[in-house]
Design a protein around this ligand. Structure first.
Ligand SMILES: Nc1ncnc2[nH]cnc12
Ligand SMILES: [Zn+2]
Length: 322
């Protein structure tokens, strides 16, 4: 049981957290046929590429500022209900542009959702703007420029998600320079679908303080030592990794081995309903399947706050709550 533990999540894609029932209602509202992506209350995909396709299609049923306020509020309410004190949501203003809503209205809807949830439960949240690798370097630079110029105090980080097999990290380095120069925190998906080289590329090309997943670093023990020495924080999402077949089962998942090698690890849910998981389940897995005690789980939660893209006052307040 982990219901008594305070929780923090650093890695969850907003559209990836869309509850199937809400997506179904949205599709009905707009007369969109979502039956190829959502069947019997579950999202339909069979590998990483089809997951990304399904994700993009599902995102298309969220169309207005209010749709985004509702989606954000719904997810943060769920998190607050399991004792979560802080959440970082990965958002894609590009998506707002693609559906004709516009990046500003997309972000404004999300911020309204954060405001509503915080008013009810006190949950704190920040936004990480992401570029999508499969939309190419120019689009990712556009996302970084948007995040850098937004002047929105809730946008505190920049990420690169999407098809990890497309191009090399160095192709996207300029986007990270733009984000870093604007004072944004830097994290990047690496070592999920691609192997250890992808994590090494990320360290070399963008010097992130955190890496999304990073779990395939385990294939190179020198790299594991490098991560430990640098103090790079991994946003580990075990349920996602098993659902996507990154590892065949939890017994072979490297969360414990990375932690024991001195790597700073945290736990998140990634795209919870797509992977039949939730932050609650990820904490339960940490306790049950991985065998971590309460003190060890609290230490991971504290690591997440230490690595959070927040100001020092907020960090202090959050640390005092754990
Ligand atoms: N797990 C994941 N990896 C890369 N890009 C994503 N976009 C949404 N979920 C993702
Ligand atoms: Zn992710």
């Amino acid at each position: 049981m982990t219901s008594h533990l305070k929780k923090v999540e650093l890695h969850c894609h907003l559209e990836g957290a869309a509850p199937p029932a809400l997506t179904e209602a949205q599709a009905r509202k707009y007369g969109i046929d979502i039956s190829a992506q959502l069947r019997d209350g579950a999202y339909v995909w069979h590998d990483f590429a089809s997951f990304l396709e399904c994700y993009d299609k599902v995102s298309e049923v969220y169309k207005t500022e209010e749709d985004y306020a509702l989606l954000t509020e719904t997810y943060l309410d769920e998190l607050a209900g399991i004792n979560t004190i802080y959440s970082e949501l990965i958002v894609s203003p590009d998506h707002g542009k693609r559906i004709g809503l516009g990046a500003d209205a997309y972000i404004s809807g999300v911020c309204e959702g954060i405001r509503r949830a915080k008013e009810k439960s006190g949950i704190e949240a920040r936004l990480i703007v992401t570029g999508e690798r499969h939309f190419g370097p120019e689009s990712v630079i556009g996302a970084a420029e948007y995040a850098a110029k937004a002047g929105n105090p809730l946008i505190t980080g920049f990420n690169l998600a999407g098809e990890e097999r497309m191009g090399r990290v160095a192709d996207y380095a300029r986007a990270f320079d733009i984000a870093r120069d604007a004072g944004l925190g830097i994290t990047i998906h690496a070592g999920e679908v691609c192997g250890a080289f992808s994590v090494a590329d990320a360290l070399d090309a963008v010097r992130p303080s955190r890496v999304g997943h990073g779990v395939r670093a385990i294939e190179d023990l020198d790299l594991v030592r490098r991560l430990a020495d640098l103090g790079t924080v991994l946003e580990v999402c075990p349920g996602s990794n098993i659902a996507l077949g990154v590892f065949p089962d939890f017994a072979s998942h490297p969360l414990r081995r990375l932690k024991e090698a001195g790597v700073r690890v945290t736990i998140s849910s990634d795209d919870p309903p797509f992977f039949h998981t939730s932050l609650k389940r990820e904490y339960e897995l940490a306790a049950g399947t991985f065998g971590f005690g309460d003190a060890e789980i609290d230490a991971m939660t504290r690591t997440a706050v230490e690595a959070a893209f927040v100001d020092d006052k907020t960090r202090k307040t959050l640390l005092a709550l754990i």
